[in-house]
Design a protein around this ligand. Structure first.
Ligand code: UN1
Length: 510
């Protein structure tokens, strides 16, 4: 199916088009393979810890200059980055598909998400508002100022290799910070491409007369040790890290130990509840996209489904049919809906979870490997697993297309089961009953950072704050007021009188 593709030539052509020189991704030690065929498509030079430390020092110098540039001017750089991304959308989207295995529309969609956050950040650059606050002292004014924070560390995962950088970097930069990015070892090529587009934008900005320091955006290529270096470096006041809960458990306390900030975007075990009044045609499409789309490799992928007993026998057979007929294969071909898993390890984890589910009484449809002609490419039929109860692997996030389906009879106990897992990222309810919908989004409903009605849990837009509770880590990125995490707040009180009234009526006359 895919063996005849020349992904090496294709990768080279795309990277050349996007402005990345061949010596950046050849002759190094970090091998990158495409999950589409398993072929090696690049070998990058890795940074030593000495080089990474020097890069952080330089990023700190860049911050000291950039913080003085007025925010709307900083916004102009991000506007130009958005333009470069628009121009490079087709090529970068294709590279996301080659490096991660996303289907074409999702590869392009990821780049669109970058463009969207750039637009958002440009507007934000004129809206970094602070409050003016009533003061009890006469001839005084009290206000809040928001100031840049420093060099921001960004650690991103393979599954959204470029959008997550942009959610953080676009906001961080309009807020007056520099950024240091450590992408996943599995997806450094798309990072090289984005850095090249950023540099093009920066060149245009400087040509327009804009002031910008060197090393505003830095890319460090390497493994876990470089991530740890960012986490431990005293000049990095905030690290935004996306990845597993295990990673967050290591990163969180280390940042807290030096009083640095963390934005953690960790595991999700997202669920949906299908109620008696649900529109089942819409539910079917919502469930199919969020459970099988991106081969189940989104943080927001649907992993658990609670179906009311009155509609179970209508919905589940239709889902089984959809699972049996969904088009699996080369993500670069039109018509494919499910591309490959990222690697063998992901496949092994999926099979282990299915074995456990079976032992716990699960009835499995799908889940088997789909041959592609490449021993090192891992395509699978998504698995639908009818479970007698929420137990074992259902309580864990397995980063693969497995949907555990459970029957319920009572709404309140369905909500309780929904919330009874350690993760709290995204959630959905399918219902036309206003009471159920409103209860689900109320304080005693879903305990997740994202709670949707009549759509699946995946595919969030950038305008909202993105992130989740409990083991998901509590961080928020992207829209709403997530920008505040990238700035420090100062409360300023100004006395424009000639006397010195003290707060709380304190007298201190010397
Ligand atoms: C992720 O999987 O890391 O809501 C992020 C979504 C996307 C982002 C997912 N906008 O599915």
């Amino acid at each position: 199916m895919t063996a005849t593709l020349d992904l090496v030539a294709e990768t080279k052509a795309i990277l050349t088009e996007l402005g990345v020189a061949a010596d950046r991704y050849t002759g190094g030690t970090l091998a990158v393979t495409s999950p589409v065929t398993g072929a090696e498509i690049g070998r990058l030079k890795e940074h030593s810890s000495e080089e990474a430390k020097a890069a952080i020092d330089k990023a700190h110098e860049a911050f000291l200059a950039w913080r003085d540039v007025p925010a709307p001017k900083r916004g102009e750089l991000i506007r130009l980055l958005g333009e470069e991304l628009r121009g490079g959308k087709a090529a970068l989207g294709r590279l996301v598909s080659v490096e991660v295995g996303k289907i074409t529309s999702e590869g392009l969609g990821e780049v669109q998400e970058m463009i969207d956050i750039c637009d958002f950040a440009v507007g934000l650059s004129r809206q970094l508002y602070g409050l003016t606050i009533a003061t009890e002292r006469s001839e005084h004014r009290m206000m809040e100022s928001w100031h840049p924070l420093g060099p921001i560390g960004i650690i991103s995962a393979f599954n959204f290799p470029v959008a997550v950088w942009s959610w953080n970097a676009a906001l961080a930069m309009v807020c007056g910070n520099s950024t240091i990015w450590k992408p996943s070892e599995k997806t450094p090529l798309t990072a090289l491409a984005v850095q090249a587009l950023f540099e093009k934008a920066l060149k245009r900005y400087v040509a327009e007369g804009g002031e910008a320091p060197a090393n505003l955006s830095t890319l460090i290529i390497g493994g876990r040790d470089l991530g740890e270096l960012l986490v431990d470096h005293p000049k990095v006041p905030l690290v935004s890290a996306t990845g597993s809960t295990a990673m967050g458990r290591a990163v969180g306390p280390r940042l807290a130990g030096r009083f640095a900030r963390a934005i953690l975007e960790l595991g999700g075990n997202n669920a949906a509840i299908v109620c008696p009044t649900a529109d089942l045609d819409l539910t079917l499409r919502g469930v199919a996209f969020s459970a099988m789309g991106t081969a189940g490799q989104r943080c927001t992928s649907l992993r658990r489904l609670f179906v009311h007993e009155s509609v179970y026998d209508q919905l589940v057979p239709r889902l089984q049919k959809a699972y049996g007929s969904v088009t699996i294969g080369n993500p670069l071909e039109a018509g494919t809906l499910v591309g490959p898993l990222i690697d063998r390890h992901a496949f092994d984890r999926m099979q282990a979870a299915l074995t456990e589910a079976k032992a716990a009484g699960g009835k499995i449809t799908g889940g088997e490997r789909v041959e592609s002609g490449s021993a090192e490419a891992f395509y699978v039929r998504p698995a639908l697993v009818e479970m007698p109860e929420q137990t074992g692997p259902v309580e864990q996030e397995t980063f693969a297309p497995i949907l555990y389906v459970m029957k319920y009879s009572d709404f309140d106990s369905a909500v309780a089961l929904h919330n009874a897992v350690p993760q709290g990222l995204s959630s959905s309810i399918f219902t036309n009953d206003m009471r159920e919908a409103e209860t689900f989004v109320s304080a005693r409903g879903s305990d997740c950072g994202i709670a949707n009605v009549n759509l699946g849990p995946s595919g969030a837009e950038i305008g909202g704050a993105f992130g989740g509770e409990k083991e998901t880590g509590g961080g928020r990125e992207s829209g709403s007021d997530a920008w505040k995490a990238y700035m420090r707040r100062a409360t300023n009180t100004i006395n424009y009188g000639r006397t010195l009234p003290l707060a709380q009526g304190v007298k201190f006359d010397v």
